[in-house]
Design a binder for this molecule. Structure first.
Ligand code: DLL
Length: 433
C-alpha cells in the first residue's frame, strides 16, 4: 500500500520540477526572514535569484548544529512566534538542546509524512499502534502519534518505561504494531521472555524502530524474538523529526526519502564537496516545505549513501542505506577510526553473544585503550572459566581483524549491562573527562 500514490511514485522529472520550485521558494523565504541565513548567503556572495537549477543548491552555504546553537532558542525561526503552535527539542551531548518549531501547517505536513511512513512499513487502518517512543520534547512520541491518527489506526500513547506494564497492555489490548527504539524493542523482548509469555500470545506483526543506529543482525534478532517484521525509520528533529525516510516492508533494504519535502545530498565531511552518486559520506538535507523552521543544507553528521535503483514497492523516491554511524561518534583509537556499528556487527555474528554491549574508551599514559563489555548467554556463562577465557580471546581476535586495532573484551554476566528505554548509550569515552 502507498499512502500518497501521486507523490510517492512520481516520475523523476516531475519530482525534480516540484523540488526546484519549492527550493527557490524556500531560499527566497529564508533570505527575507532569517537573519543568519541572509548573512551567510551574503558572505558567500549568493542571492536567491542565483538558484536556477537543482545543481545550484551546492552554491548555498551549509547549516550546522553550531548555527542552531548560536541562535538558541528561536533565532532561526522563519515566522513570528504567534504562528508557532509547537516546539520540540533534542538533547545534545553538550549544553543546550536544539530547539525546533512548527506552524499549524507544519504539524499537518508532519502527520501526512508519518501516515506515509507507517503505510510504507505495512501499517493500516484497524492496526493498534503501541507507541513506546518518548512523548515530550523528543519528536518520536508525538510524531508517530499524529501519523497513526492521520492513518486511521488506533494509537496507544504509552511512551517509554515501565516495561512490564507495557507488555500487559500490549497483550490485553491486542497491539499489532510496536514503535520504539530498537534497543528498547530488545529490552521488551527480553522482559516478555522472562515473564514466561510466549510471543505468539501477542498479536504484534510489525515494529518500526529508529532514532539510533542498529545493524541488520540486530534486526534479525528482534524479528526472531518478537516474531515480527522490523522496519528501520530515520529522522532528526532539525529536519522534522521521524518521517524523513523509512524502509518499505516489501524490500527492507534502504530507506525511502520523502524527496518532495526534503532534498538529500552526500558530501565529503572533510572538504564539504558533493560526492559522486552512490558514494558514502555525510548526509545533508534541505527542507522544501517547512514554514516555521526551514533548514538549508543541514549537515546531519550521519553517514550513508544514496540508492537510486528502482524499488519493488513501486515508490520512485530514492533510498538511503541504513545509517552506519555518525561523523561525531567515530572513535579514534590509537589513530584508527572505529565506529560502534562495526563492533556491533562483529558481536552479532558470534553465537552465544547477547545483543547487549558497551564500549569503554580510556587512556593509559599516552595510549588509548578500548574495552568492550559483552553480555553472554546464560548457558555460556555457566561454562568453565577456561571456556569463557577462550571465548573472550576469540571475540578479541575477530574484533581485531575487523577494526584493525586491538581491544580488550570483558565478558559480563547476563543482564548486567543497563537496558535502554529510549536511545541506548553504547560508548563511554572517559578520555574527554
Ligand atoms: O531521533 C527522530 C526520530 C524519532 C527518528 C523516532 C526515528 C524514530 P533526534 O533526537 O534529533 O531525532 O536524533 C537524530 O538520531 O541524526 C541520527 O544520528 C540518529 N538516528 C535517527 N534515526 C536513525 C536510524 C530523532 N534509523 C539523530 N538509524 C540522527 C541510525 C538514527 N541513526
Amino acid at each position: 500500500m502507498i499512502w500518497n500514490e501521486e507523490y510517492e511514485t512520481m516520475p523523476r522529472e516531475a519530482l525534480e520540477a516540484i523540488q526546484l520550485k519549492r527550493l527557490q521558494n524556500v531560499v527566497e523565504r529564508v533570505y527575507a526572514t532569517v537573519e543568519p541565513y541572509r548573512k551567510k548567503m551574503d558572505d558567500a556572495g549568493v542571492k536567491p535569484s542565483d538558484i536556477k537549477s537543482l545543481d545550484d543548491l551546492r552554491r548555498l552555504p551549509f547549516t550546522t548544529k553550531e548555527d542552531l546553537r548560536d541562535n538558541y532558542p528561536f533565532g532561526m525561526f522563519a515566522v513570528p512566534l504567534e504562528r508557532i503552535v509547537r516546539v520540540h527539542a533534542s538533547s545534545g551531548t553538550t549544553g543546550k538542546p536544539t530547539v525546533v518549531g512548527y506552524t499549524k501547517r507544519d504539524i499537518d505536513t508532519w502527520a501526512e509524512l508519518m501516515a506515509r511512513t507507517l503505510t510504507c512499513a505495512g501499517v493500516h487502518r484497524g492496526d493498534i499502534v503501541h507507541n513506546a517512543y518518548g512523548y515530550g520534547l523528543f519528536t518520536g512520541g508525538l510524531g508517530f502519534h499524529y501519523g497513526a491518527e492521520r492513518l486511521g489506526a488506533t494509537v496507544i500513547p504509552i511512551s517509554g518505561g515501565n516495561t512490564k506494564r507495557q507488555i500487559m497492555i500490549m497483550r490485553d489490548f491486542g497491539s499489532t504494531v510496536l514503535t520504539c527504539t530498537p534497543s528498547y524493542a530488545l529490552n521488551i523482548a527480553e522482559v516478555i521472555k522472562d515473564s514466561g509469555i510466549d510471543p505468539s500470545e501477542l498479536k504484534l506483526r510489525v515494529g518500526i524502530f529508529g532514532a539510533e543506529p542498529w545493524s541488520d543482525k540486530m534486526r534479525g534478532e528482534i524479528e526472531k524474538k518478537l516474531g515480527i517484521d522490523a522496519i528501520d525509520i530515520y529522522g532528526l528533529s532539525e529536519i522534522i523529526g521521524p518521517g524523513v525516510s523509512v524502509e518499505c516492508v516489501e524490500k527492507k533494504e534502504g530507506l525511502h526519502i520523502f524527496e518532495d519535502h526534503f532534498i538529500p545530498e552526500i558530501i565529503d565531511p572533510e572538504t564539504g564537496e558533493v560526492l559522486p552518486h552512490g558514494e558514502s559520506g555525510e548526509l545533508v538535507f534541505t527542507t522544501l516545505t517547512k514554514e516555521a523552521f526551514p533548514v538549508i543544507r543541514y549537515r546531519t553528521r550521519d553517514i550513508t549513501r544514496l540508492i537510486t535503483e528502482p524499488c519493488i514497492c513501486g515508490r520512485t523516491l530514492c533510498r538511503m542505506e541504513k545509517v552506519t554511524g555518525r561523523t561525531d561518534d567515530m572513535l579514534i583509537i590509537r589513530g584508527v577510526n572505529v565506529f560502534p556499528s562495526q563492533i556491533e556487527h562483529v558481536l552479532m555474528s558470534i553465537e552465544g553473544v547477547e545483543p547487549h554491549y558497551q564500549i569503554i574508551v580510556d587512556r593509559e599514559g599516552a595510549l588509548d585503550v578500548m574495552e568492550v563489555l559483552v553480555e553472554v548467554s546464560e548457558q555460556l556463562f555457566s561454562d568453565e572459566i577456561k571456556t569463557l577465557e577462550g571465548f573472550a580471546k576469540r571475540i578479541e581476535q575477530e574484533l581485531k581483524e575487523a577494526l584493525a586495532v586491538s581491544c580488550k573484551v570483558r565478558l559480563v554476566e547476563p543482564r548486567t549491562i543497563q537496558r535502554s528505554e529510549g536511545k541506548a548509550k553504547r560508548v563511554i569515552d572517559k578520555r574527554k573527562i
